[in-house]
Design a protein around this ligand. Structure first.
Ligand code: SAH
Length: 241
């Protein structure tokens, strides 16, 4: 797909698709598109349109839908990362890279040793970064970025996933490849904060049905662990490479 991709959640009406806001500004002012040019538009929930522009203004772009396609370039498996909130911009880095890799959802979690804070502004930034990554990676489904969720709340949601796995820095047993169930359909991957997990948190996750795994003998930064875990999981499931 060689077309530039833009995002518009608004469904087409009678074969006409409208793009508003900053995306319209980008098309008109930055890319200087003209009537008659053809662009790609994704709706963030799996549909992609090829659109011939019929009107180009900085606040509103309209076009005629030439073709429609569903679910293109999306992974077959649903991979969710529950990442403890991190300091600075590191959670944004996780959201960006996880989106590119094909992760379906990121749940920022609050754990005992979480020191980073996620304000409403920062949460909005995570979503903005994820949207930019959707376009640059040509995905068609925008990952869901949840509001901050307490570990206790996450425990009650564990059974909504086909399987739940937790990267535990003290685990000396199995690696991801040994515990990943290739047939589960959806997987929740839990990664701790800079200070790691309390043993009681791992016990609680296990009691809720999660399985812990090791990423090897080296200690990884949390954001490195999250991206490694996302890439390995999608790779092992056949959705990467
Ligand atoms: N401060 C902790 C390290 C935390 S690393 C310590 O001193 O041990 C942050 C998170 O990344 C961990 O909670 C875990 O989820 C993940 N992680 C990092 N290295 C890991 C490894 N070798 N195996 C499994 N998980 C790891």
């Amino acid at each position: 797909m060689g077309l530039e991709l833009y995002y518009s959640p608004e469904p087409p009406d009678g074969g006409t698709l409208i793009i508003r806001g900053s995306e319209a500004g980008h098309i008109a002012r930055v890319m200087r598109h003209k009537v008659g040019n053809v662009i790609g538009v994704v709706d963030g929930v799996g549909t992609e349109y090829e659109v011939e522009l019929t009107e180009v203004r900085a606040d509103r772009v309209a076009g005629r839908v030439l073709s429609t396609r569903s679910g293109a370039r999306e992974p077959k498996h649903r991979v969710t990362i529950a990442q403890a909130v991190l300091k600075g911009d590191r959670l944004a880095q996780v959201c960006e890279q996880a989106t590119e890799l094909g992760v379906s959802r990121v749940i920022p979690i609050q754990t005992a040793r979480t020191v980073g804070r996620l304000s409403a502004v920062r949460l909005e930034r995570l979503r903005t970064v994820s949207l930019a990554a959707l376009k640059s990676s040509t995905r068609t489904v925008l990952p869901k970025i949840d509001a901050v969720t307490g570990l206790g709340e996450l425990l009650t949601a564990v059974n909504e996933f086909g399987q739940a796995l937790v990267a535990y820095e003290e685990e000396r047993g199995p690696g991801l490849g040994e515990v990943l169930d290739r047939k589960a359909g959806s997987v929740l991957l839990v990664v701790g904060p800079e200070g790691g997990f309390e043993p009681s948190e791992i016990d609680a996750l296990k009691a809720a049905g999660a399985v812990s795994f090791s990423l090897g003998p080296r200690r990884l930064r949390a954001e490195t662990a999250a991206v490694a875990v996302a890439a390995m999981t999608l790779g092992l499931l056949g959705d990467l490479g």
